[in-house]
Write a protein that binds this ligand. Structure first.
Ligand code: NDP
Length: 375
């Protein structure tokens, strides 16, 4: 059963009630870490990657959680993802840097890059770090939250394998290129963390698996026509945020996807657009990321800013509501609530993910300690 909060806020997630297993997040983190170590990833790097994956499960973003582990281990197995990358600083100024991830796990170089941006921001008010030669980094929000915890404004972008067609085009020439902006408030913070496509590819994959149609407007077929058939969308492309054509602003989502790629791909020295590869091969994908951290005190005292943000958020939440709807949310609110709940009741894994993790446990000889914690 989904857990309901005091304000009627529902635990979020993409799972169907009754079709998932609750698992203790700490035990799952240890499991993921140990599996990665068995594939040769150094302990500290494995721990970072495990934290990023399980954070997605905690925040109700199962598509980017432990369910992704096999793609990473496949990449490690075939050498497309290096276990011991030589992460190098290619270029550095007091406020900027470019890191080369040497085709290691995206989470490892991203954690390093955001820490670098944070250090620079603390010293010089702002830190901007671009990354080339990386792999899939998981949820952008993880790194935005790193800045937020230090009372800094965080900015995160990444490109990803091409799945989205530019407005009026048929081909996949952009990734779902997410962007995260994390801003301190008096409360838990404003954390916008979103793909720049209408729907993420994970939802198309789920519909394909269970033989269901998807809403019209998520994707096009290979001839560029809107379709609700996930098989046809897999042959065609996803649609940029805003929708098909220009009527509902699809051209703006397309523009946002390009902006993400300008910073993550072109400026970083990574691949961009249609040339970005996949984490599981066959060649190094050269994914690019961009991380920013900004000191509020470079503009006004932190406490004044937080008070102003709190008032702003309150004004949004207190707006007159559409009849029948009980709550107005701000970005990050549902994820924060879901994380609070799941730290107590466990994260939710679907049967396919549990099977995949069980297989990986058998393959690597890592005890499925998280299973003991299932409630
Ligand atoms: P969602 O559509 O679920 O949410 C996008 C944002 O909208 C979140 O900040 C969310 O806050 C907020 N939100 C949701 N509902 C409301 C509401 N009613 N009112 C106000 N704000 C709301 O996310 P996406 O499907 O676009 O992306 C999911 C994840 O996938 C992200 O973490 C992203 O980083 C990741 N991703 C990673 C990629 C990669 O290559 N590494 C590629 C694409 C996506 P809240 O979190 O509180 O729900």
């Amino acid at each position: 059963m989904r857990v309901l909060g005091e304000a009627g806020m529902k635990e979020k997630g993409e799972l169907v009630d009754g079709m998932y297993t609750r698992v203790n997040h700490e035990a799952l983190t240890q499991f993921v870490r140990k599996v990665l170590e068995k594939f040769g990833v150094p302990s500290e790097d494995a721990a970072i990657t495990a934290q990023v994956l399980v954070k997605a499960d905690l925040r109700g973003i199962e598509s980017h959680g432990a369910a992704r582990l096999k793609r990473y281990t496949d990449g490690l197995k075939n050498g497309v993802v290096k276990t011991n990358p030589n992460i190098a600083t290619i270029y550095e100024t007091p406020v900027t840097a470019v890191l080369d991830g040497d085709s290691g796990l995206g989470q490892v170089v991203s954690h390093k890059a955001m820490n670098m941006a944070i250090t620079k921001a603390k010293q010089n008010h702002i830190g901007l770090v671009a990354v080339r030669n990386s792999n899939h980094f998981g949820i952008a929000g993880f790194y935005g939250l790193m800045a937020l915890r230090q009372n800094l404004i965080g900015l995160v972008m990444t490109n990803s394998e091409p799945l989205v067609a530019p407005t009026f085009a048929k081909q996949k020439l952009l990734g779902t290129n997410p962007i995260c902006v994390a801003v301190p408030t008096g409360g838990e913070g404003f954390v916008l963390d979103m793909a720049t496509s209408v729907a993420p590819i994970g939802k198309i994959e789920v519909a394909r698996r269970i033989g269901k149609k998807v809403p019209l407007g998520w994707g096009i077929d290979a001839d560029g026509r809107i379709t609700d058939d996930p098989e046809e969308i897999s042959e065609g492309a996803l649609i940029p945020l805003g929708g098909f054509g220009e009527t509902l602003g699809g051209h703006k989502g397309y523009g946002l996807g390009v902006v993400v790629d300008v910073f993550s791909g072109v400026l970083s020295g990574a691949s961009w657009g249609g040339n970005v590869g996949k984490t599981q091969g066959p060649v190094a994908p050269n994914v690019g990321h961009f991380f920013g951290a900004m000191r509020v005190e470079a503009f006004m005292p932190l406490e004044d800013f937080k008070a102003r943000m709190s008032k702003f958020v309150r004004s949004l939440k207190d707006a007159d509501k559409v009849t029948g709807l009980e709550e107005i949310y701000v970005a990050g609110e549902k994820s924060t609530y879901t994380e609070q709940v799941r730290r107590k009741v466990g994260v939710a894994l679907d049967a396919k993910t549990v099977d995949m993790l069980t297989q990986l446990g058998l393959e690597t000889g890592v005890e499925l300690s998280f299973r003991k914690n299932v409630s």
